[in-house]
Design a protein around this ligand. Structure first.
Ligand SMILES: O=C[C@H](O)COP(=O)(O)O
Length: 247
């Protein structure tokens, strides 16, 4: 298995979160893109503010590394219009793939219509632009029943409203990697939640993200059946080194 081609190599901290300047952040995302080029990593995943500049770099290098970004990140509670504005700008700036944080708080409150509306509308718009969409469900914020329910909701909207021919272009993704659990428990992809997602996603591909740091963990996710892994430890994973913490 060529593990590199499963990886979305990710850097999603704001300059404030990292305690560094904007230009240092730009250097980090450029370095991430260059590493992806050098190692034939499938995609780089960065914040919307840096898409235009990284697109220019990838074009300059004539690279076909895929460029992804995040929408409504990390809380997912922005209203739909705000998410759409952010998505349209990211597409105009050159993003190939958009990872939306679903409004999982609305789902938990039972405001299912709101969630259905954003999934149907945003997915249709992104697909019409010829791009790929992933819905981050934030598994650590959900019970098992909620993971099943929200995965099935995305599956049903895509298969019944958007069309089965599009199922390969709409992923269900586990985590932002930024959710803080009250007791400090792991907050990302683990075997249990990924299995729940795979069992309920139907034809939709699953992306495991959040806390995947080692080659062994990445291989385990691929063996379970995920089609993509989002990780801020891509280089360590492909080099077989173990590291902890973010990139
Ligand atoms: O979308 C991907 C995640 O932010 C990656 O999380 P991570 O930093 O735990 O690898």
């Amino acid at each position: 298995m060529n593990i590199n081609q499963y990886l979305d190599s990710t850097y999603l901290k704001t300059p404030e979160q990292a305690g560094i300047s904007n230009s240092d952040t730009l250097d980090i995302v450029h370095k991430l893109a260059q590493e992806a080029i050098d190692n034939e990593i499938y995609a780089v995943m960065i914040r919307p503010d840096y898409v235009r500049s990284v697109r220019e770099l990838l074009n300059e290098k004539k690279s076909n590394v895929v460029l992804g970004t995040v929408i409504g990140f990390p809380e997912g509670t922005y209203d739909l219009n705000e998410k759409l504005r952010e998505a349209q700008k990211a597409i105009a700036d050159g993003a190939d793939e958009l990872d939306f944080v679903i409004n999982y708080e609305a789902f938990k409150k039972g405001d299912i219509d709101k969630v259905k509306e954003e999934v149907e509308t945003a997915t249709s718009i992104v697909l019409r632009e010829g791009k790929l969409v992933k819905w981050i469900i934030e598994t650590a914020a959900l019970t098992d029943d909620q993971i099943v329910g929200i995965t099935q909701l995305i599956r049903d909207i895509v298969t019944k409203k958007i069309g089965e021919e599009n199922t390969s272009k709409v992923f269900v993704k586990s985590s932002t990697g930024f959710y803080k659990t009250e007791n400090g428990e792991p907050n990302g992809a683990n075997e249990h939640v990924i299995k729940l997602m795979l069992e309920n996603a139907g034809l939709l591909p699953v992306k495991a993200s959040g806390g995947v740091r080692t080659t062994e963990e990445a291989k385990k996710m691929i063996d379970l059946g995920v089609k993509r892994i989002g990780t801020s430890s891509a280089l360590a994973i492909i080099q077989g080194k173990e590291i902890s913490g973010n990139y």
